[in-house]
Design a protein around this ligand. Structure first.
Ligand code: CTP
Length: 401
């Protein structure tokens, strides 16, 4: 899978830099073209000639040592990359990337590349658990950088714990798997809805629900990772769009309907994970309502059922709905699958501990219109998103055959 892949390997200055030599060799053996960038501190641990011989490419160590006057070196290398790997990634190189510092060849090239970047940290166990390192890694993770977690074991500093650079063969097989995954939804336009809707009653009050958008955003992030072109129509949540995903912010069910309807025709896969309000106030006041003695009732009217509309009007789109239930989940879910003319449905029992609104985990039952049934046990929403998308991809690939 790595045959002819153009990989830039950034080697930063930690004792594990020597392992990057074996890594270079294994990547070359797997068929990749490898260009190595070394930091000044990496050069204290291992010479550039080793990497030059193993990669049979020039090794970059200095932003201003331009090897070919026709090109701006760090931009050229950044554009050349299909994939960027930092191994070992020290606390310092992670910190620089997370904070936009570009003061050497590796950090400038990293800021300039649009290729997916994999980071394989290696450092002392206490450095790895330092709040500043954790914060930097979280930031990078959120921006779409992918981490290859260090293993546990004996560290060069004498400690035993987490911080050892993952074995070169494990890194190579992980990159191979990721490369295969990045083709799974290649060329597919995926439309995802997420979050709650807000149905206003006056300028300062509205009806909503506790959806945080975590499941929908996980679906968007994973669909993008699987190679899809992703549009995320999102109700008001505090999450930022995953990198590479086009986000369209909406408030009400009607607004969500409009944004979804105008993109439905060109979409290949539509996943409706938003918690859309079923009712909205019949009357919306232009000015803030003033209280008066006694009770007050709000008359509500039905919103448009977006999913039902899509199900009634779909042609080639693969349409997936969500059902959030508190009882008889599978029965209600199966009924929605049929009634809304869906291809598949993800059924959540939101009354079970650890699943549903606001949680980072979820468990669900996945049903297709062909009668397939898959049970997903409790797992992170990201893992579940990937599993759901792999089911969808399999069905869509099957349809195309
Ligand atoms: N949905 C939608 N538009 C609405 C309401 C719901 O598109 N106005 C979608 C949700 O995004 C979800 C699915 O429909 O994918 C299930 O939502 P739910 O409210 O649970 O389904 P209902 O058909 O409204 O069923 P009920 O109220 O009977 O539980």
């Amino acid at each position: 899978m790595l045959r002819n892949k153009k990989i830039v390997l950034g080697v930063s200055g930690g004792i594990a830099a020597y392992k990057a030599a074996a890594l270079t060799s294994k990547l070359v053996q797997a068929g990749a073209e490898v260009k190595v960038i070394m930091t000044e501190n990496a050069l204290r641990f291992i010479g550039s000639t080793t990497f030059q011989a193993l990669s049979r490419q020039p090794v970059y160590t200095d932003t201003f040592h331009e090897q070919d006057a026709r090109y701006i070196q760090h931009i050229d290398v950044a554009d050349w990359a299909d994939l960027f790997l930092i191994a070992p990634a020290t606390a310092n190189s992670i910190g620089k990337l997370a904070n936009g510092i570009a003061d050497d060849m590796l950090s400038t090239t990293l800021l300039a590349t649009e290729a997916p970047v994999y980071i394989a940290p290696a450092m002392n166990v206490h450095m790895y658990s330092h709040p500043s390192v954790i914060e930097n890694m979280k930031k990078l993770d959120h921006w779409g950088f992918r981490f290859i977690e260090p293993g546990e074991g004996y560290l060069a500093c004498g400690y035993v714990g987490k911080g050892r650079l993952e074995a070169p063969e494990t890194i190579v097989s992980l990159l191979e798997k990721e490369t295969i995954k990045s083709q799974v939804l290649k060329g597919k336009k995926v439309l995802i809805t997420a979050g709650p809707t807000r149905e206003k009653i006056d300028p300062v009050r509205y009806f909503t629900n506790p959806s945080t958008g975590k499941m929908g955003y996980a679906l968007a992030r994973q669909a993008q990772r699987l190679g899809a072109e992703v549009t995320l129509v999102s109700g008001p949540v505090s999450l930022e769009a995953p990198s590479g995903v086009k986000k369209i912010a909406v408030e009400s069910a009607e607004e969500m309907y409009e944004r979804v309807a105008e993109r439905f025709e060109v979409s290949d896969i539509v996943i409706k994970s938003a918690a859309v309000a079923d009712y909205r106030p019949k009357q919306v006041f232009d000015q803030k309502m003033k209280k008066s003695p006694g009770d007050y009732s709000v008359e509500m009217e039905r919103t448009r059922d977006i999913l039902q509309h899509l199900g009634d009007n779909k042609s080639t789109q693969y349409l997936v709905g969500f059902a959030a239930e508190t009882n008889d989940a599978e029965e209600y879910g199966r009924d929605k699958l049929r009634r809304k003319n869906l291809d598949a449905i993800v059924i959540n029992n939101v009354s079970e501990a650890g699943s549903g609104f606001g949680h980072d985990t979820n468990q669900s039952i996945y049903l297709t219109k062909e009668g397939d049934r898959v049970e997903f046990p409790m797992m992170s929403k990201d893992d579940m998103a990937e599993k759901v998308l792999l089911e969808i991809a399999r069905a869509v690939a099957g349809d195309a055959e």
